[in-house]
Design a protein around this ligand. Structure first.
Ligand code: ATP
Length: 238
């Protein structure tokens, strides 16, 4: 049986009178790709932040590969071998694409291996023609690709991505989809995403959030045609 790499029990986050995450039980198997969707304010980001250590849940527990990580800081979670891409980029604008990826690789690998991994990642992400360009000069889609490269170069077994396709062109989204599929050869991936086109292109199992709780969890096709989901997420009555 596939190993459970991420699990939450009764995860609850309250902000004053608002229950942003409401008793969420969640389970992710090794190399599984899971998209978290839901309407604005459904609690996706709060759940993501509780799992990545950006928030400490009011109640409940988070486990990664069986280890309880509730209340850990993001850098402690990352040190377990978890790649986290938030909406706040962790990049150095004045340094080149190559230098940024090299620095990320060097944090996890000895020099010779870091060098090889950097070159491999640049080729894999098709960043060769802009490898020497400072990050500050890149287009949005290119930056997103580099940021994903910074996560992937560490060889994570779990990758947590917050809106990786936000603001991207169709071509960028296609590239991003291929890169994420590539990641699932070695890692489980959780993606919080708004872009329905991207979700249809990439998703297998989807978890739908509504009012802080899990409304439904199923294959993307069944989720998209479910009357309850259409009502809450697409704003349509069945
Ligand atoms: N720091 C905070 N303080 C107070 N309320 C918050 C805070 N963060 C989130 N909330 C509230 O918690 C609820 C869930 O918000 P959350 O951002 O998790 O939803 P979401 O599904 O990610 O929404 P979106 O798709 O708009 O990003 C909302 O009612 C939101 O207003």
């Amino acid at each position: 049986m596939a190993e459970t790499v991420l699990e939450t029990h009764g995860l609850t986050m309250r902000f004053g009178g608002v229950t942003a995450s409401d008793n969420v039980d969640f389970k992710l198997k090794s190399r599984e790709l899971r998209c978290l969707i839901g309407p604005n304010g459904a609690g996706k980001s709060t759940f993501f932040k509780c799992v990545t250590g950006l928030l400490t849940p009011t109640e409940g527990h988070v486990f990664m590969r069986g280890q309880e990580v509730t209340g850990w800081q993001p850098h402690q979670i990352a040190a377990l071998g978890v790649g986290i891409k938030t909406q706040t980029p962790n990049v150095l604008d004045a340094l080149s694409v190559h230098e940024n990826i090299w620095l990320a690789a060097r944090r996890f690998h000895p020099v010779a291996e870091a060098r090889a991994r950097t070159d491999e990642m640049i080729a894999r992400l098709a960043l060769g023609n802009i490898a020497r360009t400072p990050l500050g000069e890149l287009a949005h889609g290119e930056r997103q690709r580099v940021e994903l490269g910074l996560v992937a170069v560490a060889d994570p077994w779990l990758v947590l991505l917050d809106e990786p396709a936000a603001g991207m062109s169709a071509q960028d989204v296609e590239r991003m989809t291929a890169i994420i599929h590539d990641l699932t050869r070695t890692a489980a991936v959780v993606i919080v995403e708004h872009d329905m086109q991207f979700i249809r292109a990439i998703a297998d199992r989807v978890t739908v959030f509504h009012q802080g709780a899990v409304l439904m969890e199923d294959h993307v096709d069944r989720v998209m045609s479910d009357a309850r989901v259409r009502a809450v997420y697409l704003g349509k009555k069945s």
